[in-house]
Design a protein around this ligand. Sequence first.
Ligand code: AMP
Ligand code: ZN
Ligand code: FE
Ligand code: FE
Length: 267
Amino acid sequence: MRFELHCHSTCSDGTEPAAEVAARAAARGVAVFALTDHDTCAGSDVTVPGARVLRGVELSCDDGGRTVHVLAFDRGGAWHLLEDRLAAVREARRNRLRVMVARLARRGIAIDVESLLAAADRRSIGRPDLARAMVAAGAASSFSDAFSRHLYDGGPVDVPHQALPLPDALAVGRAAGAAMALAHPHLYDHRSALYLKRHRGDGLTGIEAFYGAYDPRERARWIALADELGATCTGGSDWHGPDASNAPPGVDLPDDRSAALLAWLSG
Ligand code: AMP
Ligand code: ZN
Ligand code: FE
Ligand code: FE
């Protein structure tokens, strides 16, 4: 069965609108679909012809200074609890943007922050928005020029963003009745096992073993970990658009894994 439980639209850092992401998934025969934009569910009202659509989100969490991404899927619980918390996170990011714009102003670069914020609406706003605005204003020659001269990590303009602490994110997700999985476990390597062991009781009961870009060997590594720890395998491409490097939408799971995943998604 073909799943797409990890993809991005222009509601976060994808390049295609949610409806286009949904159309691509439909064209590829996806049977179960969730849009998982970073820290927002703004695109969650999409429909995919022929597919079951779940509300989803990719939560940016902090674990002692490391970023951990958790996929959360609506199981028909109090999903609004998660949305409320994400709205607060977005508000913090909006204030952070105001501070960064003030820092740019001190460097002689004028950016109209209110129009940027208005355009972002329910989208999570950040440095990429600033980089694009700087290019549009002629203050940088390119997106990467804006980053390498001004916006880079820890640079004079960058303001650290306080991501949700992992235990807090899991607690909210749990209260919301969400199904939660560790995204792209290769990024955390050996820490993935640690996260799953430590936070299983907090509701982190899934692992994205069927990540679109994995070769069979990599996939086998994470399936083995899931089986060892009694976690459920999820599948998705992490698609960000046709020009990004991720696999195309849709990942096939064998029948037994598909059944387990469907049961997990149903709670
Ligand atoms: P923010 O969440 O606002 O801190 O923005 C983080 C995003 O900025 C990342 O996901 C990247 O898309 C982008 N980014 C960070 N550093 C760089 C860089 N050096 N060059 C280009 N893009 C970057
Ligand atoms: Zn992304
Ligand atoms: Fe991610
Ligand atoms: Fe992602």
